[in-house]
Design a binder for this molecule. Structure first.
Ligand code: BGC
Length: 759
């Protein structure tokens, strides 16, 4: 049938009117269903829905509560974490289906960088500067997790972090707010998809709300103190971006905010999150963080802790069991109301409803699907591509890399033949024995013309105190600290037989992540000794680093010709590193967290404010150290390629910008080296004069381009007044007329600037 233009318009208006109507109807049906259900629930059953307990399958926190199965059977526990596989979740779900109201269980888990196909740790993956890939890894994680019985992941972690002593920097995307916003959006979309009722969608959980990344001295679980301005300008936007992207759940943080722990902070969880930001999902605590408010000293006992949490706006209690034990008497004493409990229950049940669990509680219990989806060839291929793109080339003197597929290569170091380390910390259900070690990756690639020799060379560390603490949580692989001298001697002998030495050094995965803060973030001393001994043989050395945080690498940078930062790259790590070592993939990653020269420079980040006495090397009384420069070793956004790129001058479409007329910024970029390659072209802005002090520059855009050898292109960005907004002196989000500089370049240090004016 041919339709007239009017016919098309009519059809379009019918669709636009009926679609929201349908959505409204659906919402009304949901409300009716849930409210009727809540009316039928006893107070105990309601409280049960607010109680989240860990199974004994996998425990991620300090202690277990035995008897969780009894609680499920009695309808006193509505959600379980750390339980997966279709078989096991079915078994637990069947228990819930025998309860009076048959309310399905919700299964959560820390699927942080992949479920069984493990992707690079988030700080590594961030170096791809590729939002489509970041979304893709979350999508795959959701597909695998949901096929494995899960409904809910405790990800993304979007805590802005500027202190690499904190072991949890590995879980986030680093120091930059604007970049963190982009990643938050991509991840929520990847996990949740467009429809939560789709079988392969999982609820995302943005964490840790809020400010956990700003803990003092980088010591995990420590306190936080911050001005409102810094909070709103630098730390809150990524959480807000996740809310705007429709994230279904929010996890509170362990730290306090302005004197009140996040888990008991009404301003944070109700005024800001619900009222100002319009969050509609449910809020879960972090592991036992309700109980921990007693240690914080803001409540005297569990009873008061429960009241503070519920009154603040916490819907679900993770593992503390305080809602389960205290809410009933709190209602009797009128310290909390039944209406508050009903609201919390509604938030939780709505998530179960959105997932379609009331229709099919076993929707994620399909063993055949699990076999088909989990670690499929396509997923492994994606893991390899993302791992390649997460690698950052920090140094490459005299083009030592890429290696030729000939001669003798000695591979030396405690991380050379490790599978477990490759999948990193928080590798969820990932299986280290399925990961490709660097040794295996090199062997897979090198072919018959290359002789590959291997020696361990050193233990991860000779610091037995560190080992003891890390091993307490069994997250550092056990090792024998004896025979160090022998290991070193063997390695030196091996190196002498080689044409080139690849040194695999860094941190064990257990030296990073939660509860793994370090005050000294260098490569452990015994590994440095090994590196020095090998360097002294005079053989060319390529340093391949595995680690979960920026390290201090001054000696290495000054003395080792080639350095590759490979983080913990996941299941395909060894293959991906070999792809880069031999030039089958030309590295394009750029760091999203500054690498300091030494720990004394911390906190160090590129978007710092100006001071009244900016650095002047000739004047003692300016802002600087006597013993180290102000500059980091590797700045934010830095990373090399096997080829070289040259940048032309920054061109503006005009010198003036207004709200009505945005500005075009363009720059010519050429590939001037000998390889095809990708480059992340970065745009930063500086507001020269503001009603409050402004950062020296802020990332406001980037483009990742591919240029063939000898090729050039013009990269264009559009700046609108929205890119110039900030919290002004009265805490209003607005732009101020005046002068600005826009910088474009390969990283935050080397970007070249030109000025424009906002009228
Ligand atoms: C961590 C969270 C995690 C939770 C559940 C806590 O210790 O801080 O990030 O999601 O455990 O495993």
């Amino acid at each position: 049938m041919k339709r007239s233009p009017i016919g098309w318009i009519l059809l379009a208006s019918i669709i636009t009117i009926t679609c929201p109507l349908k959505a409204q109807q659906k919402e009304a049906q949901k409300k009716q269903f849930l409210n009727q259900l809540i009316q039928r629930m006893t107070l105990e059953e309601k409280i049960g829905q607010l109680n989240l307990l860990t199974s004994d399958m996998d425990v991620t926190g300090p202690f277990m509560k035995p008897g969780y199965k009894k609680d499920i059977e009695a309808g006193l526990c509505g959600s379980i974490f750390n339980a997966y596989t279709p078989q096991y979740t079915r078994q637990l779900q069947e228990m819930a289906m025998k309860t009076r109201l048959k309310i399905p269980l919700l299964f959560g888990y820390d699927v942080i960088h992949g479920h069984k196909t493990i992707f690079p740790i988030p700080l590594g993956e961030a170096c791809t500067w590729d939002m489509a890939l970041l979304e893709k890894s979350a999508r795959i994680a959701a597909q695998e997790a949901s096929a494995d019985g899960l409904h809910w992941t405790y990800s993304p972690m979007v805590d802005i972090a500027r202190d690499p002593r904190w072991g949890r920097v590995a879980e986030g995307v680093g120091e930059d707010t604007w970049y963190g916003v982009q990643v938050a959006k991509a991840k929520v979309k990847g996990y949740q998809g467009t429809d939560l009722s789709a079988k392969d969608a999982v609820l995302a959980c943005v964490k840790h709300f809020a400010l956990y990344g700003a803990i003092e001295a980088g010591r995990d679980y420590n306190t936080v103190d911050m001005s409102r301005r810094r909070m709103f300008q630098d730390y809150l936007p990524p959480y807000k971006a996740a809310i705007d992207a429709g994230v279904a759940t929010v996890m509170t943080s362990f730290n306090e905010i302005d004197g009140i722990p996040a888990t008991g902070n009404k301003w944070l969880l109700t005024d800001l999150l619900r009222k100002q930001w319009g969050f509609k999902g449910f809020v879960v605590t972090d592991y036992t963080s309700i109980t921990e408010m007693i240690n914080h000293g803001v409540v005297k006992d569990e009873h008061d802790a429960g009241a503070l949490a519920l009154n603040a706006g916490v819907d679900m209690d993770m593992q503390a069991g305080i809602y389960a034990s205290q809410l009933k008497t709190l209602v009797q004493e009128k310290k909390v109301t039944v209406q508050q409990i009903n609201d919390a229950v509604y938030h939780v049940l709505a998530a179960k409803y959105d997932l379609g669990l009331f229709k099919d509680p076993y929707r994620n219990c399909d063993t055949a699907l699990a076999r088909q989806v989990i670690m499929s060839p396509a997923h492994l291929q994606a893991a390899r591509e993302i791992a390649q793109r997460s690698i950052v080339l920090l140094k490459n003197e005299a083009q030592l890399l890429p290696l030729k597929k000939q001669g003798t290569i000695a591979l030396i170091g405690p991380l050379a033949n490790s599978q477990r380390d490759m999948i990193g910390n928080w590798s969820a259900a990932g299986d280290g024995s399925k990961a490709v070690s660097l040794l295996q990756g090199i062997k897979n690639k090198a072919g018959n013309n290359v002789r590959v020799l291997y020696a361990q060379g050193a233990h991860y560390t000779s610091d037995t105190g560190l080992l003891k603490k890390a091993l307490q949580k069994a997250r550092l692989d056990a090792q024998d600290t004896a025979n160090s001298a022998q290991l070193l001697a063997e390695a030196v002998t091996l190196a002498q037989q080689a044409d080139v030495v690849v040194m695999a050094l860094g941190e064990s995965q257990g030296m990073t992540g939660e509860a793994a803060s370090r005050s000294n973030i260098s490569i452990p001393e015994n590994q440095q000794q090994l590196l020095k001994a090998i360097r002294a043989t005079g053989k060319p050395v390529v340093l391949v680093l595995s680690n979960g945080r920026p390290l201090t690498l001054e000696w290495e940078d000054a003395n080792v010709p080639a350095i590759l930062e490979t983080w913990f790259l996941g299941t395909e790590a060894g293959n991906a590193i070999a792809d880069v070592l031999f030039g089958d993939y030309n590295p394009s990653g750029k760091i999203t967290m500054t690498f300091p020269r030494n720990t004394g420079q911390i906190p160090i980040y590129y978007a710092h404010r100006t001071t009244g006495r900016p650095l002047n090397p000739d004047n003692k009384y300016t802002s600087k150290y006597l013993d180290v420069s102000n500059e980091p070793l590797y700045p934010f956004g830095y990373g090399l390629s096997y080829t070289t790129f040259s940048y032309g001058a920054v061109q503006l479409s005009k010198q003036q910008i207004s709200a009505a007329a945005p500005l075009q910024v363009s720059v010519a970029v050429s590939n001037t080296g000998n390889y095809d390659g990708e480059e992340v072209v970065q745009l930063y802005i500086r507001d020269k004069v503001g009603s409050v002090t402004r950062p020296v520059k802020e990332l406001k855009g980037f483009k990742k381009i591919m240029l063939k050898k000898g090729e050039n292109t013009t990269v264009t960005f559009t700046i609108t007044v929205d890119d110039l907004k900030f919290y002004d002196k009265d805490m209003n989000w607005k732009y101020e007329p005046g002068d600005f500089t826009v910088f474009v370049g390969p990283n935050s240090r080397d970007a070249k600037g030109t000025d424009f004016t906002l009228n």
